[in-house]
Design a protein around this ligand. Sequence first.
Ligand code: FAD
Length: 420
Amino acid sequence: LGLGFRDYLDDCLCDTKTIDSFNNGKLFPVLHQLLQTDYFRFYKVNLNKPCPFWAEKNRCGMRNCAVKPCKPVNVQNDCDNENHTEISLSRKLALFCSEKTRQAILEWKRYDDKEDYFCLLDDEDSPDSQYVDLLLNPERFTGYKGAEAWKIWNSIYEENCFKPYTVTRPLSPMTAYARKEFYRWLEELCVEKRAFYRLISGLHTSINVHLCARYLLAGEYKYKPYKWGHNLSEFQQRFDEDLTKGEGPKRLRNLYFIYLIELRALSKVLPFFEQPSVQLYTGQAEQDKQIKKMLLQLLRSFPLHFDEGALFTGDKDEAAHLKEDFKRKFRNITRIMDCVDCLKCRLWGKLQTQGLGTALKILFSEHQIEALPKSGSSKTNFQLTRQEIISLFNAFGRISTSIREIENFRSILRNISLEK
Ligand code: FAD
C-alpha cells in the first residue's frame, strides 16, 4: 500500500528548509491578512456540548481559558436593511445572524455531501452555538495541563490512532525499551495508519508550539498588564533533541507533515473556489470580492506537489474499509474535543480538528472536485459549508504560524549564542 506516500513521508520532509522559506517568506503574510477579514474571523461553534465519554468534573475556571463570544445584538433591526455600507462591528455580527445569511448558509448545507463529513459539525441551529471572534481569542498559553490535559491526549492517541492497548503508552515517560517498542509498532502500521498518527502528533506539536510562543511571561490580573511572549526554555523542554531524547525533532517533523497535507488540500480545492457561484458572504459585496480575490491568489501560489493518490489504493475492499475506519476515528476525535475542560483550548481544538477533517474530505473527494463545472452551476456533489471553509483556513493558519514560530525560536537561540 502506498509506496509513493511512504517515499514522500521519508524524503520530502527532510527538506524542511524549503518549506520554511516558502511559508515564512511567501505564504504566511498573505494568509495572515486573509484571516483578519470578517469572513474568516467569526467562527460559529458550540462550546457547551457535554462530554460524551466521561463525566466532566469541573469546567476550568482559569481566566486565560475563558472565551469571549460575540456580543448579542438586535438581529431583527438589521435583517431588513439592505444598505449596509457603513457598518459597525456589532452590526456586522448581526449580519451573520440575519435571516438572509442564515438562509444562505442553509442553502450551502443542503448541497453538502453528508457522507463525506470527517467531523461532526456543530448544530448551527443549536441555541448553544455562538459566534466567536477568533482575533479576540488568540490561541496561546492558558495553563491547561496535568492529568486533565493528558487524559484528552491519551484518549486521542490510544483510542483513535489504531493503537493496540498492549503497546506502551507514548504519553508516560518512556524507557529505552518502551521507546523501541513504540517505534516498532509505528513502523509496522500500514502507511495510512502511520499518516493518521502523524497528523494527530503534528496537531499536538502545533498547539504546544503556540503555547510556547505566546507564553504568559508576566503580569497579574488587575494589577499589572499581562505580557505574552516567547518562552525559550519551555520550547526547549518540549522539542530539544537532547532534552527529549530525540522525540522533539520527530514531533516537529510531524508538524511539517500536517502542514503539507493541509497545503495540498488547499491547492486541490482551488476549482471549488474558482466557481463564480461560490461566495464568501459577509454582507458587503465589495469586501466579498476582495476576500475571494485574495483567497484565489493565495491558492494559486502553491508550488508543492503531493501524491496522496497513493493513500487507500491497495486492495479495493481493504482500502474502502480503511478509509471508513479513518473517518470514524476522526469523528471520534472531534467528539473528544467536547471533553476539553479549558474553553479556549476547546475552541481551538474544535476548530483545528474540523479544519483537518475538511482537508481530508477534500483530499478524498478528488474526482468530485475535478468534475466541478467551470460554468458556475452549483449542481455538483462537492460542497463546503461556511464553517468548513473558516475552519480549513484558520486551522492551516495555525500550522503555518507554528512553522514561522519555530524559525523565531531558532533566531532567538542564534542571538543568544552570538551574545555568548
Ligand atoms: P502534553 O503536551 O500534555 O503531552 C502529553 C505527552 O504526550 C507528553 O509527555 C509526550 O509523551 C507526548 N507528546 C507530546 N507532544 C507530542 C507530539 N507532538 N506527538 C506525540 N506525542 C507527544 N495549553 C495551552 O496552554 N494553550 C492551549 O491553547 C492548549 N490547547 C490544548 C488543546 C487540546 C485539545 C489539548 C488536549 C490540550 C491543550 N493544551 C493547551 C494543553 C497542552 O497541549 C499540554 O497538554 C500542556 O501544556 C501539558 O504539557 P505536557 O508537557 O505535560 O505534555
